[in-house]
Design a protein around this ligand. Structure first.
Ligand code: HEC
Length: 103
């Protein structure tokens, strides 16, 4: 799957094969997940607040976040500059959707 290859740009900081923290929270089942909701990950205040005010990672929000993290969550500690084409983002989201949340 193309999106799976693109995930190599995320995997330095994010696990998707096990619910373990790297620099960022794991991304198992992230599509449809509340922002800031992995229990043992210490999010930035900005991400915690975004989750508390109802941000959910649906496809639109993920697309916007990956294009420009700081536009969606000003003050996020995710350092990633959204250098992506829309096609690449779509492929990546399609891949993320195939991975369900840990049981
Ligand atoms: C340099 C490290 C780094 C890279 C590369 C990176 N991230 Fe992140 N990501 C983070 C950090 C740190 C956070 C936590 C942000 C916060 O608390 O504000 C985060 C948070 C997130 C969140 C919010 C998760 C949640 O539980 O609310 C999503 C979604 C996300 N990243 C997706 C991605 C995707 C997809 C990629 C690859 C395109 C990526 N990230 C690349 C470090 C990174």
């Amino acid at each position: 799957m193309q999106g799976e290859q693109s995930f190599s740009k995320c995997s330095a900081c994010h696990n998707i094969e096990s619910p373990r923290t790297r620099l960022g929270p794991h991304l198992m089942g992230v599509v449809g997940r509340h922002a800031g909701s992995v229990p043992d990950y210490k999010y930035s205040q900005a991400m915690t607040d975004a989750g508390a005010s109802g941000l959910i990672w649906d496809e639109d929000k993920l697309r916007a976040f990956l294009s420009s993290p700081k536009k969606v969550v000003p003050g996020t500690s995710m350092r990633f500059f959204g250098l992506w084409s829309e096609t690449e983002i779509d492929n990546l989201i399609a891949y993320l959707k195939t991975v369900s949340a840990p049981q």
